[in-house]
Design a protein around this ligand. Structure first.
Ligand code: TRP
Length: 334
């Protein structure tokens, strides 16, 4: 049986949140038990430098994110886990794909328009070319499925368009990828404004919980989470978005259903409910934080895992790259 390959990338730009975990990472971990799929995940440090970054901070965040992927339970044996900049074929394929991507296409990318509005003093060519590097990430590994949030769907569609154009000239070089919405995804909202998605870049730290946050900080955030004045634990995302979000978090953290959650807190006010959600999240995240800390104390182990991931990634990437070099007319490497 041919396995379907899944590929995704994560930017090393600060610790991911509980929302990233419940919305995406958790389903990546579940997918590794499904024999239909094989997965490749990369920490995309080359994408990260499209915005000015302190070099030591980038190194630290890249290492931390890699440790975090291991800590949430991604098995480096069953998945390929690597750092993008350590596999030079990503940059190499980006150049070739640039020549199969239109200026107009890149100009239409929503994220480019947003980011250039936010950083008007640094609209560099890398920011413009960001989606082509992402296309290279995906096409190098001949990925079938790309799990991404809504904001990245346009980039996956562009990747498909680039692959179709390239294959039109050089048949059968690339697998056409599709965006993939994993079955267990959840949309976790901000704790201070439950009409908006939980986002680590929200300047109010009370709005989000980081995956490595200390238990007392987590408890404080849940005790202060925005609810309503109706004092009933009932799931109703339009009338009671705050409470519904907390219920969803509680249900996912404990494995209970929403109905069971509602029953459990029947007749009890938010003074009981909110700390209970906090405790469930503390229990969910404690092993993750402890494992990240242990991994970061053992740099030799982390580096060995990175090297193993890099080798496996390189083997796949080089195969595609050899086909691409041949297709476009480069001479073989001597
Ligand atoms: N652009 C993605 C984001 O910001 C990250 C990313 C880079 C990615 N390369 C990828 C996601 C390849 C999926 C596949 O979230």
């Amino acid at each position: 049986m041919m396995k379907k390959r899944i590929l995704s990338g994560v930017q090393p730009s600060g610790t991911p949140t509980l929302g990233n975990y419940l919305g995406a990472f958790r389903s990546w971990v579940a997918l590794q038990d499904d024999p239909q799929y094989e997965s490749v995940y990369c920490v995309v440090d080359m994408h990260a430098i499209t915005i000015r970054r302190d070099r030591e901070e980038l190194r630290r965040q890249t290492r931390e994110l890699y440790a975090l992927l291991l800590a949430i339970g991604l098995d480096p044996e069953r998945n390929v886990l690597f750092i993008q900049s350590q596999v030079p074929q990503h940059a190499e394929l980006t150049w070739v794909l640039n020549c199969y991507t239109m200026f107009g296409e890149l100009s239409r990318m929503t994220q480019f328009k947003e980011k250039s509005a936010r950083h008007p003093d640094n609209i560099n060519a890398g920011l413009f070319d960001y989606p082509v590097l992402m296309a290279a990430d995906i096409l190098l590994y001949q990925a079938h499925l790309v799990p991404v949030g809504g904001d990245q769907k346009q980039h996956v569609e562009l990747t498909r368009d680039i692959a179709v154009r390239f294959n039109g000239v050089h048949p059968d070089v690339f697998t056409l990828p599709e965006p993939y919405i994993p079955p267990v995804g959840a949309r976790i909202m901000s704790l201070t404004d439950p009409t908006r998605k939980m986002d680590k870049s929200d300047p109010n730290p009370a709005s989000h919980v980081l995956l490595t946050e200390a238990p007392d900080a987590i408890m404080k955030k849940f005790k202060k989470a925005v609810t309503d004045s109706d004092a009933q634990v009932r799931y109703d995302t339009t009338q009671k978005p705050g409470v519904s979000n907390l219920m969803a978090i509680y249900a996912l953290a404990t494995g209970l259903s929403l109905e069971e959650t509602e029953k459990q807190f029947e007749g009890q006010g938010y003074g009981v409910f909110k700390p209970a959600v906090g405790e469930a999240v503390v229990a969910l995240l404690r092993p993750v934080r402890e494992r990240v800390e242990a991994l970061l104390r053992d740099p030799g182990f982390l580096e060995a895992e990175m090297a193993r991931g890099r080798e496996r990634a390189c083997a796949i990437a080089e195969k595609t790259m050899a086909d691409v070099r041949h297709a476009v007319g480069f001479l073989p490497k001597g």
